[in-house]
Design a protein around this ligand. Sequence first.
Ligand SMILES: [Zn+2]
Length: 164
Amino acid sequence: MTGASGASPDCIFCNSSEPDRAELVLFRGRVSFVILNLYPYNNGHLMVVPNRHAPNLATLSADEQDELMRLTRRAEIAVTEAYAPHGINIGINLGKPAGAGVLDHLHIHLVPRWNGDTNFMTAIGETRVLPEDMKSSAARLRPIFERLAHQDETAESAKNAEKI
Ligand SMILES: [Zn+2]
């Protein structure tokens, strides 16, 4: 069920401002945000999520599509810098049979991978590597997201200044 604002009362992403979840939030953009997965498959497992309770890519606005991809790009850079993984899975699960943990609110998973860890698709939700403490993960990643946002803004204003 969704209210007038489109927010769903039972949705963990619609309620990301509640204190226990707010400490997992790494960055807030204009129409989307980046949050650590509370049940990580690996250290640095995060999700890029639209603010709006949008169930799939089909219902996203151009603005949301744009920012989700920008934040996913920054997430790749941040996780690479903080954890130096050997690889990264980036993916979306739509619907229960596809393995979605939160239904009806789109989220892009970003999972750092290391040589020798088990297969993502079979292991997710089953075996978990002992994760780094969530607060430590957040403390490592937040400043990187801030810096990347600042870099993007600076690059954009330089580009706009050229046009004038
Ligand atoms: Zn939601």
